[in-house]
Ligand binder design. Structure first.
Ligand code: SF4
Length: 541
């Protein structure tokens, strides 16, 4: 069957880097359907909006369209469904994604254009639907519940999708990986346990390493972001993954998300040696009573211990924080401020407590009569918050200000890097890169180069030290040396567009326009989306 898997963010979010990216789940569904022999087009219409998307879909004439519906993009997704229905009356329109999963009946009742809602894991459910040649079914049969997929390795990886893609930059898209589904916890603000179940399914360490190796070799991706709810949930898998990255000499840098009670120093040391440079912890609050109200089942001591371990290993630390829980007081916010000052996260995000369908907070608010499912059709807001008082806005601002205020104090300095080496060992290239970056920020080029050179000597197949040496030399206007360093990058990872772009910039600075043009053209073929490549190609025309 010819089908389209589509996503579009709310048009107001079209320039939001994260919301305008295609969800990893939609990519996985497309890859799965394709592997079963369907002709699949994968489209992210976030930058185009509803009208342009509808015109494109009309020209494609798919037999079925699967839309990824989240709370934040529901309004434009429903508008798109209505447009498709108008233009292609016979096309089957299926909604999936977390918002659709929890509000299926309401959506089918209100959005007449949508034929089916897929609840839960879509890979098999959508395939079954397409393969039984679905027509409009009676209302009772229009919610399809996907069975649990326990063997995630059996699914084809999103990056193996070989069909037509529109609005998707593989260089950006495929660096986001999700390697597990489900969470054993039940924080009241989170829909993950209800969406995936409280039993977690995992990709094996070998599968993740294979996927990374494929993306490095095919797309030249050298930085990855692992978006699991909690990547460190299964310790043994993490250690095996790190071992494989090092054994295969896959020199990538990466970041991940983690719960504070599933992290320890030994794991962090192995992760850093395998390229981890940044970790985001789901901290939420520094107040014991608020943590308990969230049913977070972590303690302030857990947060302090995990943060200290992250900082000892010399990985950049970021916190996810929230404010505006029912019953939360200014004194609780004060405790979160104190926690920030004690633990020194270098970065973070503060969110108001929101009522998302599928969360315990939402169910309670509905039972109390504070909210009903109708709100998602009346309101055009991207999210509905638990508390609307101005005071909550001030708390969020206070926490954000605090994160900003301690940022400089949180930076790692010379004595920190010495301490990191004692923990992770002298041979850790990530420490060399981060220390070099610290000197580079201060325009101490020689000291930066010394660190990068040390990493390059120990790991000649690693593109990162050469990339950084090139940067330092370019900044200090040593363009010929910069070009040589960037040429090392392109030799090590030929499909990495950034190496070709940087070479082109260095060659242009040297006045070698013809060679610069060749490098810029090569970069443009590898990445037609990057505005810097478009600019230099224009200059060199
Ligand atoms: S917030 Fe994290 S730990 Fe809590 S339920 Fe959600 S995924 Fe699990």
């Amino acid at each position: 069957m010819k089908a389209l898997i589509a996503y579009l963010s709310d048009y107001r979010d079209r320039n939001d880097y994260f919301l305008s990216l295609m969800p990893v789940g939609a990519l996985s569904i497309a890859a799965s359907l394709e592997a079963r022999g369907h002709e699949i087009v994968l489209a992210n219409y976030s930058k185009e909006g509803v009208r342009s998307a509808a015109a494109h879909i009309q020209s494609l004439k798919p037999e079925a369209v699967g839309l990824s519906v989240y709370t934040h993009n529901r309004t434009d997704s429903f508008r798109l469904a209505a447009e498709i229905r108008k233009r292609l009356p016979k096309t089957l329109i299926v909604a999936g994604g977390p918002h659709a999963a929890f509000l299926g009946e309401e959506i089918l009742r209100r959005v007449k254009a949508i034929d089916y809602v897929v609840r839960g894991e879509g890979e098999l459910a959508l395939a079954d639907l397409l393969e039984r040649g679905a027509k409009r079914a009676p209302a009772a049969d229009r919610i399809i519940t996907g069975g649990r997929i326990n063997k995630l390795d059996a699914l084809p990886a999103p990056s193996r999708f070989g069909g037509v893609m529109r609005g998707i930059d593989p260089n950006e898209q495929f660096k986001y990986l999700i390697t597990s589904r489900g969470c054993p916890h039940r924080c009241v603000f989170c829909c993950s346990p209800k969406l995936w179940g409280r039993e977690t399914a995992f990709h094996s360490a070998g599968h993740i390493a294979d996927e990374i190796e494929y993306c490095v070799k095919t797309y030249g991706i050298i930085y990855f972001s692992i978006r699991d709810d909690n990547f460190t949930l299964r310790r043994k898998r993490v250690l095996e993954f790190c071992r494989l990255l090092r054994e295969r000499k896959l020199y990538i840098m990466w970041n991940c998300q983690s719960r504070v009670d599933t992290l320890d120093e030994e794991m962090l040391v192995e992760m850093k040696r395998a390229g981890l440079e940044h970790i985001q912890l789901g901290v939420e609050s520094g107040s014991k009573r608020v943590l308990s109200m969230y049913d977070k089942r972590t303690t302030v001591a857990d947060i302090e211990r995990a943060s200290a371990a992250v900082r000892r290993a010399g990985v950049y630390l970021a916190f996810y924080l929230m404010a505006g829980m029912r019953g939360e007081r200014a004194s609780d916010i004060g405790k979160t401020v104190e926690l920030i000052r004690r633990t020194l996260p270098g970065d973070g995000m503060v969110s108001p407590v929101a009522l998302y369908p599928g969360t315990a907070l939402y169910d309670e608010a509905r039972e109390r009569g504070d909210i009903d499912d109708d709100i998602w059709f009346r309101s055009k807001e991207n999210g509905i918050y638990l508390r609307g008082e101005a005071e909550v806005g001030r708390w969020i601002q206070r926490l954000a200000n605090e994160l900003g205020a301690i940022r400089e104090r949180s930076w790692y300095r010379e004595r920190d890097f010495r301490a990191h080496r004692r923990v992770v060992g002298d041979g850790c290239w990530v420490t060399d890169i981060l220390e070099g970056d610290y000197y580079l920020d201060g325009e101490l080029y020689d000291r930066a180069l010394e660190r990068y050179r040390a990493a390059a000597d120990r790991h000649p197949g690693n593109p990162w030290p050469f990339l950084r040496m090139g940067k330092a030399r370019f900044m200090s206007e040593s363009y010929a040396e910069a070009e040589r360093d960037f040429a090392s990058v392109t030799n090590i990872v030929p499909p990495y567009y950034g190496g070709w772009l940087k070479r082109a910039e260095s060659l242009l600075a040297l006045g070698r326009r013809e060679e610069a043009r060749e490098c810029a053209e090569r970069a443009g073929r590898l990445n037609p989306y990057d505005f810097r490549i478009r600019n230099i190609r224009k200059i060199l025309r």
